[in-house]
Write a protein that binds this ligand. Structure first.
Ligand code: PGA
Length: 257
């Protein structure tokens, strides 16, 4: 069975403000993670810095991701960036991030369409799922997240599904400084895998990479990295400081040894 190589992906969101700062951050991440083994490292800059960061990191060990993509192939979609435009540039594209679901109204159906566009273009989707606080409080987190996974994988073949990375990101933990607990994250990630088992098979459920995201820092990552079934992290705020981000990746790699 395929080994699950952990992934630590930095979601830079709407940062940094200049191209030179973006390249400085990319340089810092590349240099600070160069010696790490047993973990894949990636950065997802805003679209406008993607070509420069891709040029800069080409041939290095750091993967580049886009933070989103448009669900249509082409056409009159102002502000849109298509999978075809990203093809050949990025290895990953984040789809279904809760901020995009919230701010731009992405539905499960649109997330499914984006995921399929990425796959068709040879880009690995990094699918985000996660429940709001009221769902967690009501004890329905597992069912909520399973439904998001089910919808995102609608009409996706098993061979395509094997190329998707999933990030479990409880909405209430994103950017709040209050991460989930390790056991709660492990349980919900197990629910994600249970859904993959129902929808596909044991092999996929066991080999899919599933990350945790939400207020991950160098101080909090260990709790998640040591949970069975969690294969790294999607990191927002702490990914803007190369040394912190590299430390997170190092701790993820260490937890696997
Ligand atoms: P955070 O963001 O690490 O700043 O909480 C995580 C994310 O939104 O992917």
């Amino acid at each position: 069975m395929r080994e699950r190589l952990p992934l630590v992906m930095g979601n830079w969101k709407m940062n940094p403000v200049s191209a030179s700062d973006a390249l400085a951050l990319a340089t810092g991440v590349r240099d600070a993670t160069r010696a790490l083994a047993g973990v894949e490292v990636g950065v997802a800059p805003p679209y406008v810095w993607v070509p420069a960061v891709c040029d800069f990191l080409r041939g290095s060990h750091v993967a580049v991701g886009a933070q989103d993509l448009h669900e249509r192939e082409d056409g009159a979609y102002t502000g849109g960036v298509s999978a075809a435009m990203l093809r050949g540039l990025v290895r990953y594209a984040i789809v279904g991030h809760s901020e995009v679901r919230r701010e731009r109204g992405d539905t499960d159906a649109r997330v499914n369409a984006k995921l399929k566009r990425a796959l068709a273009a040879g880009i690995l989707p990094l699918l985000c799922v996660g429940e709001p606080l009221e769902v967690r409080s009501a004890g329905d987190a597992a069912a909520f997240v399973r439904a998001q996974v089910r919808a995102a994988f609608a009409d996706v073949s098993a061979s395509d599904a094997a190329r998707v990375v999933i990030a479990y990101e409880p909405i209430w933990a994103i950017g709040t400084g209050v991460p989930a607990t390790g056991p709660a994250a492990r349980e919900t990630v197990a629910a994600v895998r249970a859904e993959l088992l129902d929808r596909y098979d044991r092999e996929l459920a066991q080999t899919a990479r599933v990350l945790y995201g939400g207020s991950v820092t160098a101080d909090t990552i260990d709790e998640f990295a040591r949970q069975s079934g969690i294969d790294g992290a999607l990191v927002g705020g702490a990914s803007l400081r190369a040394a912190d981000f590299a430390r997170i990746a190092e701790l993820v790699a260490e937890a696997r040894r």
